[in-house]
Write a protein that binds this ligand. Structure first.
Ligand SMILES: [Zn+2]
Length: 163
């Protein structure tokens, strides 16, 4: 019997994408973190994670405990950074804030008009590789945390026994 292997589909070129002209005359893909920053209410309280990467309060505060506001006891959840293929990558750690919603928030403000949900499809294709990488990163972090917690509890257990 011949085994058939599924051939993997070639990854679609990211060149095919929708771009928007924004209020500042630049296209969406030309916007920088600074262009996005004006629409982040708590931008002044940002925490610099590393160069061109900031942790800020989410633009969907209603999805977060304490409005994602440190002043109210919340923990900032949104990361805005410069990506390899994109000037700006925004992502919220909360699953209630999918990238499509975050993007829609910024896009409608950058272009100055309400963006219907079709935006969901366009940037999705553009972001697939990036999203995948982030999901993997998230998974790895979760795994590492679990591993860490496990070895920590083992250590605690061992210490208790040796007493
Ligand atoms: Zn959020």
């Amino acid at each position: 019997m011949k085994l058939k292997f599924k051939t993997e589909k070639p990854i679609e070129s990211t060149e095919v994408k929708t771009d928007y002209v924004c209020l500042n005359g630049k296209t969406l893909s030309e916007q920088t973190i600074n262009d996005y920053a004006q629409f982040i209410p708590k931008w002044n309280e940002r925490e610099e994670v590393r160069d061109d990467c900031y942790l800020v309060s989410c633009v969907q505060p209603q999805n977060h405990e304490h409005n994602d506001d440190p002043a109210l006891g919340g923990e900032p959840s949104m990361i805005i950074s410069k990506g390899n293929n994109h000037n700006v990558v925004v992502h919220c750690r909360n699953y209630s804030c999918p990238d499509s919603v975050i993007l829609q928030y910024f896009l409608s403000r950058l272009i100055g008009e309400e963006v219907p949900m079709f935006v969901k499809q366009a940037p999705k294709r553009e972001l697939t590789a990036e999203e995948e990488r982030r999901i993997m990163e998230q998974k790895n972090t979760d795994r590492m945390n679990k591993k860490y917690n496990k070895s920590l509890s083992r250590w605690v257990e061992a210490n208790r026994r040796s007493r």
